[in-house]
Ligand binder design. Sequence first.
Ligand code: SF4
Length: 337
Amino acid sequence: MTTEHAEIERLLKRAHEELFDEADAARQQWCGDAVHLRGIVEFSNVCSRNCLYCGLRRDNAALPRYTMSVEEVLAVVAEAEKEGVRTIVLQSGENDGEQVKQLAQMVFAVKREFDAAVTLCVGAKPTDYYYVWAEAGADRYLLKHEAATPELYNKFHPDSRIEERLAALARLRALGYQVGTGCIIGLPGQTLRDLAGDILLARDLDVDMAAFGPFVPHPDTPLCLADPGDLALSLRVVAVARLVLGPVHIPATTSFDAIEPDGRERALRCGANVIMANLTPARYRRLYDIYPSDRLANSIERVKLILERLNRPLAEDQGHSLKRPVERQLCREPQKV
Ligand code: SF4
């Protein structure tokens, strides 16, 4: 363990109120009071991986699978744009059979039709894919490392390696994406030292976004009997991440509300500056069953109520990187893939 790990561990043990106040002040300093709303479209629940904690894992044969068409995606984005959503997150399982061209067309269509940034969250892919999606106009890529400690990562991800994800993040950055990483808090066997490593990894990767959310056990997975992540610890991780990472976008992830109904609100009080609303049509949304939650309740209206209670405004801009200027805007229609 390095001195830095010990220092982060010490921060993670600090008294809540003092830590949360300091993190909230740091959030105010780096990000201001406006909260960025990201609209998530879970366009496919097909996944080739078998992560032990996730309801989308390929061995969950009970789950019907779906993939939305470009037209379906455009329809929900059109509604969201009217409500002030300026970033669209296109999210799916990590599908080895994914049609690279179809997602490129989806990205291009959203960028052509709407004044919105596009974030992709579709897992680790060949570099050629990242290139095609960047040319189509994708601005950002979220690829959570999930667990920085290799033994922990390997225990819960039987068919991928942490080194591959870190290499993928480096390639994404080289291609001009704004990149994000993050981890799950409360996986069985995880220690404060592991979490310190997760925060330090996000710092060393110099990411633009960092998402930390509590573990929520799913009944149809090998971790069905495990305890959920602890809310207080999860909030402390968000707070310490804000103090260590400075000017990055930190979401109050939806998993906070799966632990406690006001979980996201509390995360926004201790360092977070981003919130998500789910735009996925109801008939698909119940099938994007990563973990048990009140999926239908995560609406734009609910997000606005949370912001009202916090007395914080909705950001009007697209909420690009707080660290570096954004230059690339290709938006080229995919020709050959
Ligand atoms: Fe697939 Fe992601 Fe779930 Fe793993 S965490 S099973 S890659 S959707």
